[in-house]
Design a protein around this ligand. Sequence first.
Ligand code: ADP
Ligand code: MG
Length: 479
Amino acid sequence: MGSNQSSYCYHQSNKFQGTSEQLQAIEQIQSEFQITTDHMHAIVDQFIKEMQKGLDHHGATVAMIPSFVSGRPTGEEKGKYLALDLGGTNLRVCQVELLGQGKYHLHQQKYVVSDQLKTGDMRHLCDFIADCVDDFISEHGDPHEKVDMGYTFSFPIWQTSINSGELKQWTKGFACANAVGTDPAVLLQDAFHRKNLLVNIAAIVNDTVGTLMAHAYRHPETTMGVILGTGSNTCYYEDISRITKFEADNNKILSNEMVVNMEWGAFDCERRILPFTMYDNKLNRESVNINEQLFEKMISGMYLAEIARNCMLHWIDRLVLFGGQSSPELNMQWRFETAYMSTIHGDHSPNLTATKHVLEDIMDMPAGSTTLADRQLVQAICIAVGQRSARLAACGLAGIIKHKKMINDDDDDKKNDCLIAIDGSLFEFYPEYEANMMSALVDLFGEKIRHRVRFELSRDGSGLGASVIAMMASKMAKQ
Ligand code: ADP
Ligand code: MG
């Protein structure tokens, strides 16, 4: 198996002082979470097949949803817009003034959405959002002025126009009643009417599309928008002629390409090709969306720590980790966080003191109870789960690169064929995440890929990006 996967699995590998069972555990963990280059090629091939199914017909696993955003921004667009972001950790309301030349001003306010609202009735959630927008406008805007809004609604939506669509399903812990099958823009617009707000929802924006457009406003050559945060998903520019299921209304299309929101998180829900471990299966079984979003569940921030926690508990129960002791915190579902994995993954201290802090001060293992070998084992788990996430995300990107034939073997000098805008704390903060994605792409395509693909952090998708899209939508409406 031709794998060049970097093979370290905890940082001071030569100094491992644990028992032979612990060493065996580390080897087993590494092999369970490793994805060889051959396996990655098979995943990429399957991914491309699923993309084609999604472009061809409705109801495919990878939904490949036309976003109705066609044409690229120039950076010269101007005007004042509102933007709203639902589906991340917080609800965010922004006012964006596009100034041209890729420049803009942005004011924003964050609001906490309680778990009760996330799983209650959709009407209550919409009324809450309208209250937040009302509050924001009283503070930052002019309540007597009509304003267009870009509504970033980061859940799978079947879009029927730039500002209408139907919610297919909830993800990421949301589960409001009376929402699936309805139009989230209509529900929210109704709530705005109830409060007499002069806000017009001009566009429904998926966060991937917002990320792409925010980056494209400043760098028009951007080709993809990727989310690596609570969830994971990607969009890219597709030739409209290849979206065979899409009946284009030519009057409303500004160019021959359209951004497609892939909803890649659903890839391989048939379990054909992804390397599910028992820890993944346990997480899936205990999740609110069983057997859905299986690719996302191996990649995104919401899930990685839970996979790692399941793995820790497995080795605790075998008396290999922490001498068989656990803590109430460690036993609690979802209690271990992906941010802690970043700390542990990045812990290069000789005694793994940062790891000790996470385990003993945050996860409440008794003070002084963890040995260095325990901490190395925990670090091996975090590194294995984190690396696998980056390699799988890279497989999805490689699928798009191959499908779009972005890498051209003939002219080796052409630089940066593919600029990829990425939003999300996982990409931003997880140690070596970008390097691990790139090394997976090198495994797949060879060294030349390094000059052809560039990743850039783009964090204003739901503010700047949604405003750019609201602007494009109001331009289209006026045509
Ligand atoms: P969202 O996706 O909700 O819009 P973010 O992009 O900030 O917002 O992603 C938040 C998610 O990223 C959290 O759910 C958590 O899983 C993960 N996360 C937060 N901080 C870190 C960190 N330091 N390292 C790795 N992952 C993180
Ligand atoms: Mg986000």
